[in-house]
Design a binder for this molecule. Sequence first.
Ligand code: AMP
Length: 476
Amino acid sequence: MKFDDLTLAPSLLKALHEEGYATPTPIQAKAIPPALEGKDVLGIAQTGTGKTAAFSLPTLHRLCSQPAVAGIKGPRALVLAPTRELAAQIGESFNAYGRHTGLRTAVIFGGVGQGPQVQAIRSGAAILVATPGRLIDLMDQKLVDLRGIQFFTLDEADRMLDMGFIEPIRRIAKAVPQKRQTMLFSATMPSEIRGLANSLLHQAVEVSVTPAATTVERIAQSVYSIERGRKVDLLAHLLRDPAAKRVVVFTKTKHGADKVVRRLRAAGIASDAIHGNKAQNQRTRTLDGFRSGRTPVLVATDIAARGLDVDGITHVFNFDLPMEPEAYVHRIGRTARAGASGVAITFCDDEERGLLKQVEKLTKANIERKQVPADLVALPKLAGKGGPTHATNDGGSHARGGHGGGGRGGKNRGGRGGKPAGKHAGHRGGSHGSGNSASQPAHAGGGEAGPGPSTGKPAPARHNWPGYRGPARRGR
Ligand code: AMP
């Protein structure tokens, strides 16, 4: 089946063509036809399966083909998502697929000022993508009118329930007209989600794909037994692999993430942390740096395990094992997206053996054991607190001689308010060259006369580290 075989509006087919998408993914092929007929849809699918387009394309199509509720000015489609990152990504997808429809999308989430978001709603956005908490805030202040909603979608419903959003969701559902089309997507279908679906959906068509196994099959997984204190040395060693071009490292704690970043940066490896303690604008900047390839190593807590949608992640490292085995599958699913393959490497210390067993039980796999290299070099210890670098994203101003490959053909959906670049810019494979640079190493020094360390004793082959920009400098 091709997108052209679906009865989508020509403006949507044009945008899909520009995105380079010709064939619907399985969840799209299953969900789009009934959704176009106006049926409610219950979708069981994870991120990475193409589920965002599975609900955004029919929503856009029906917004174009159905009249609005008479006499009401507010948004006509509402999408709820658990996290700010996912909400932003969904908003970008609506903008990308809907770019020739004239329909506008407002994205609202907490952690940032509400003024511009309210303005975006008031300026006539037809589509509202929201996290439940901020939406309730705006509803309480009577700053948003949901009486015109005709299309209501809940994305990652299981995650929203995990995050305690059940009551907000129920309140929001009550504020939305009964007469509407509803779609609910969830990676898993425990009984609470079934219950929620039964209360919100009407004679829904159930569609599902089982990506967990298929995704995991494409990922080369391995595990190193290593004591906690040497994990960062092993990480730096493995990051030398030129194939490790775009890397996510998962740690258990926010503090742990910051610490890994400080150690890597001190060793000259461009990295940045993303977790719940970071302000929203910092998180956005960090993600932009990661998408653009400027910061090829992203150190994250599990908050980023779901919803992080960046193409071309080559490696996922479990610096710490996750407390929940399911999180392992979500974490490693950040690589091997959209049909690519990927590498997932786990570090396991003595205390984590039980967690590793649980992961192997869940994934029904014996993860390959690897030997810690005998010549593992210890990274320099940091000199006390506030060591040579900070965990905030100050990387941009440090990059030398350009960004070692620029956009690299990654997703790079562009910053808020900026012109979208990369995948959703419609230039993929075009004359802009970013497609070609996808095969370039991420490190800024690649192929250049890199700056030599000023005080000598560089570790051999250090220039192969992703984002290596020479030794970290103090006091910058
Ligand atoms: P999602 O599951 O919605 O997060 O999408 C996963 C990834 O697949 C995103 O990077 C999408 O841009 C991409 N994608 C979605 N639909 C298609 C398609 N039909 N063909 C190729 N890639 C797609």
